[in-house]
Write a protein that binds this ligand. Structure first.
Ligand code: PMP
Length: 370
């Protein structure tokens, strides 16, 4: 159809012109270690429970779901309370279709035209993209060469830019390391607006790593976002959530679409949460693979960032070597992530067999140039 219009012909917003959609390649290769999914499929006892819970909703699909997802928020609050020993109430919890939607709602409510958000780059690349989509300005804050955040430099940029929203990703994607608590406290104290701590990978943190949940009682403008996509092996279901002051949840109700979370999603998530111990049973095995990747890749002479997540950032080579290595690993059947940091690649920690395949492929490419 030669008379079809193209994207360039549409009256698209000027700030979206020339942009590419976000997304890692979804390639069909034997070993997929590029999107930080949980490599373990759900066990039968959990899929049975989910199927039953979803089945029980089918008869009533003529009705809209619980708009406020009260039962699910109650279960999520219980999960956080049980895990962290500090009471989190259902009124402090909000859920949506993945933490990406939670982040979008946060910027719809607290960002928007004439306001800016600030994050410490490199961090989760959707933060600036969600800012773009919501018409929020974006400021890149600094990190040290080892990717940690310098608290004094962070406070300085917050004081000069006065962002409406500060994002702190901890453990940080793509570098893997959790933010030091003193640095986080300094950021939260300096921020004039909201501080969003994206804890998508919190369950994988090394022992003793504090969570920002501990600061919630002190700072009402603090928001902690979490997801069931990673530790819970529930990425396909799309369930993310936050914990914050109940007033923050009130704010999000102003921008959320009515009935945004389907009855099927709510039922599936509740059934999964009822089996939290089983689902989270893979976390220790994944952490063991993560630590093995860190140790073995370091032993190959490569630079590796400390990881509190289910992935490892490695590299320190020149940009061309990094690009070539990504291709060589793919040719060997192992898909890792080029996160757009020249000379670095990110690999997800999955099963022992996936680690074997990754390490064998990496060794065969001899990236250290020996
Ligand atoms: N935050 C971070 C840091 C992530 O890495 C991801 C997923 N890659 C998300 C949020 C979004 O996850 P989801 O929407 O699946 O909850």
């Amino acid at each position: 159809m030669s008379d079809r219009i193209t994207l360039a012909d549409l009256p698209l917003r000027d700030d979206l012109r020339g942009r590419e959609p976000y997304g890692a390649p979804q390639l069909s290769v034997p070993v997929r270690l590029n999107t930080n999914e949980n490599s373990y499929p759900l066990p039968a006892e959990v899929t049975d429970a989910i199927a039953k819970a979803v089945g029980a909703e089918l008869h009533d699909l003529n009705r809209y779901p619980d708009r406020d997802a009260v039962a699910l928020r109650t279960d999520l609050a219980e999960y956080l309370t049980a895990r962290h020993g500090r009471r989190i109430t259902p009124a402090q919890v909000w859920a949506a279709n993945g933490s990406n939607e939670v982040l979008q709602q946060l910027l719809q409510a607290f960002g928007g035209p004439g306001r800016t958000a600030l994050g410490f780059t490199p961090a989760y690349s959707m933060h600036p993209l969600i800012a773009l989509g919501t018409g929020t300005g974006w400021v890149d804050g600094p990190r040290r060469a080892d990717f940690t955040i310098d608290g004094a430099a962070a406070v300085e940029v917050i004081r000069s830019e006065r962002p409406a929203v500060v994002f702190v990703c901890s453990p940080n994607n793509p570098t893997g390391t959790a933010v030091d608590p003193a640095t986080l406290a300094a950021i939260v104290a300096a921020a004039p607006g909201m501080v969003v701590v994206d804890e998508a990978y919190a369950e994988f943190a090394r022992p003793g790593t504090p969570t920002a949940l501990e600061l919630l009682a002190e700072f009402p403008r603090l928001v902690v976002t979490r997801t069931m996509s990673k530790a819970f092996a529930f990425a396909g279901a799309r369930v993310g959530y936050l914990a914050a002051d109940p007033a923050v949840v009130d704010a999000l109700q102003l921008v959320r679409l009515p009935y945004h979370l389907s009855a099927l999603t709510q039922a599936a998530a509740r059934a999964a949460l009822a089996h939290a111990d089983v689902l989270l049973g893979t976390v220790d095995a994944i952490k063991a693979q993560r630590d093995r990747i860190v140790a073995e890749v370091r032993a190959m002479g490569l630079t590796v960032a400390e990881s509190d997540a289910n992935f490892v950032l490695f590299g320190g080579f020149d940009a061309e070597t990094g690009r070539r290595l990504w291709r060589d690993l793919l040719d060997a059947g192992v898909l890792v992530r080029d996160v757009g940091l020249p000379g670095w690649l990110r690999v997800t920690a999955g099963t022992p067999e996936e680690t074997d395949a990754f390490l064998a492929a990496l060794r065969s490419t001899r990236p250290a140039g020996d």
